[in-house]
Design a protein around this ligand. Structure first.
Ligand SMILES: Cc1cc2nc3c(=O)[nH]c(=O)nc-3n(C[C@H](O)[C@H](O)[C@H](O)COP(=O)(O)OP(=O)(O)OC[C@H]3O[C@@H](n4cnc5c(N)ncnc54)[C@H](O)[C@@H]3O)c2cc1C
Length: 414
């Protein structure tokens, strides 16, 4: 065996990256090892649908090791720390794993305990998150039992994975309570630390307009300092308060906990600083990061992880062949935004271009920043593509890593 590539994390990025790399060399030349703390691969976009009974937890979880191609070794054990000086990963079972190339693909974790009171009285009774399996399932029961009152959806702070998911939750909640005939008894409020509904001006305006149409109140620049579950209120650092009967909270996110125990690997939030175009670590040339773990200025999203994957795989190949790296990752991200009643929006953007109206991927594709049934079908279909094309490392027809400019309406064209 000549070389060993180790992936830390076997979620979206670790799986698609390892599967794509496995095709490049015979097993006897390059060993590929994927380490993950558990064997449950969750299709995370499906978590949005669980609280509303539109998906069931068992439908969105599959065994992690089944998603990896033959010739990839799967180690089910938590990572304890990485010693970048000796190119060694220390695992919690006491074993050590040397590497020639390390790919950090351990995503982002929820750090609920960082927010005062969040996991205190009322947690999983009237304060929930849908960002993990247990929370999404418990919220389903709570919504079922909710007959009216004040419901808040709160993002504690950025960055979070899929920054549009809490907005989608609000839109689906509007649909859900209408279906149940109790919409007039529910006061829906979205509470965000941002200064608008979303980060970028054109999308933020469009999404704020949709919230207004759907009767969702918007509270901005609210930095949650405390969640008082028993009193039923969110308290901001500046003293403002928002009262609730049911709170759906997206907790603070951080990088995997071992990053903090690995000097030189990550930043203060536990994400790995990398060159934003090559995905190579700024501290060690033989370390790369993909997906939520990478400290790059774009969204933490599965689409980003997918688009990064093509560049990452090429760069691991080039690094091992001693060739100059490909600096082509442009920050490309796209997301379907479910708006309820069988419709969805689509946004597509990169480091330089904000989400704009138009069509994707060319001038005759899916409508951008506009509600349509086609986008909703795209969102539903994506789960099949995820398991059968994206994770196995197949190219999706017409969907490339770089953001397509064709089809987008610039300001002058609008
Ligand atoms: C509710 C919700 C809705 C979403 N909707 C969308 C959407 O519509 N579109 C979209 O593009 N994205 C969406 N996302 C985001 C998307 O799921 C993630 O961005 C994507 O999965 C990131 O991939 P990743 O490989 O970086 O991390 P993950 O897929 O999360 O994988 C990280 C892996 O690292 C492992 N790990 C962590 N710590 C350790 C450790 N110490 N030792 C060993 N292993 C460890 C974890 O077990 C995990 O398997 C959504 C996410 C959520 C929560």
């Amino acid at each position: 065996m000549d070389k060993r590539i180790v992936f830390l994390g076997g979620g979206t990025g670790g799986t698609l990256g390892a599967n794509r790399l496995r095709r490049l060399w015979p097993v006897e030349d390059v060993e590929i090892v994927v380490v993950d703390r558990n064997d449950d691969h969750v299709y995370q976009p499906g978590l949005l649908f669980v609280p509303f009974g539109l998906a069931h937890t068992e439908e969105i979880v599959r065994p992690r090791h089944h998603q990896l191609h033959q010739g990839i070794e799967f180690r089910q054990v938590p990572v304890e720390r990485v010693d970048i000086a000796t190119d060694t990963v220390h695992l919690e079972d006491g074993t050590a794993l040397g590497y020639d190339v390390l790919v950090v693909a351990s995503g982002s974790i929820l750090v609920e305990e960082e927010t005062e009171g969040l996991t205190g009285p009322g947690w999983m009774e009237k304060v929930f998150t849908f960002y993990d399996i247990a929370g999404a399932a418990a919220l389903h029961d709570a919504l079922d039992a909710f007959d009216g009152g004040r419901m808040v959806v709160n993002v504690v702070d950025m960055p979070i994975k899929c920054p549009v998911a809490p907005l989608e939750f609000c839109f689906l909640a509007d649909w859900y309570f209408q279906q149940r005939g109790i919409r007039d008894k529910v006061e829906l409020t979205y509470v965000t630390p941002l200064d608008g509904a979303f980060t970028k001006p054109v999308a933020s305006k469009r999404l704020a307009g949709l919230m207004e149409e759907k009767g969702v109140a918007l509270v901005t620049e609210f930095n949650t300092g405390q969640v008082d579950g028993s009193g039923g209120r969110l308290v901001a650092y500046d003293g403002r308060q928002v009262d609730f009967d049911l709170a759906v909270v997206v907790p603070l996110h951080g990088g995997a906990s071992y990053v903090a125990r690995s000097p030189g690997l990550g930043d203060e939030l536990g994400f790995v600083p990398v060159d934003e175009h090559t995905l190579q670590s700024v501290s060690s040339p033989n370390i790369f990061a993909i997906g939520d773990a990478a400290g790059v200025p774009t969204s933490k999203a599965g689409s980003v992880t997918h688009f990064e994957g093509e560049v990452l795989v090429e760069n691991v190949r080039r690094f091992l062949a001693d060739e100059p790296l490909d600096a082509s990752y442009d920050g490309h991200a796209n997301c379907f935004i479910e708006t309820g009643f069988g419709k969805a929006l689509l946004i597509d953007f990169n480091y330089d271009t904000e989400p704009l109206p138009g069509h994707y991927p060319t001038s005759v594709g899916l409508p951008l920043l506009k509600e349509s049934r086609l986008n909703h079908l795209g969102k539903l279909m994506f789960q099949t593509l995820y398991w059968h094309s994206l994770l196995p490392g197949r190219d999706l027809p017409g969907v490339g890593s770089a953001m397509p400019a064709r089809g987008k309406q610039t300001e002058s064209a609008r």
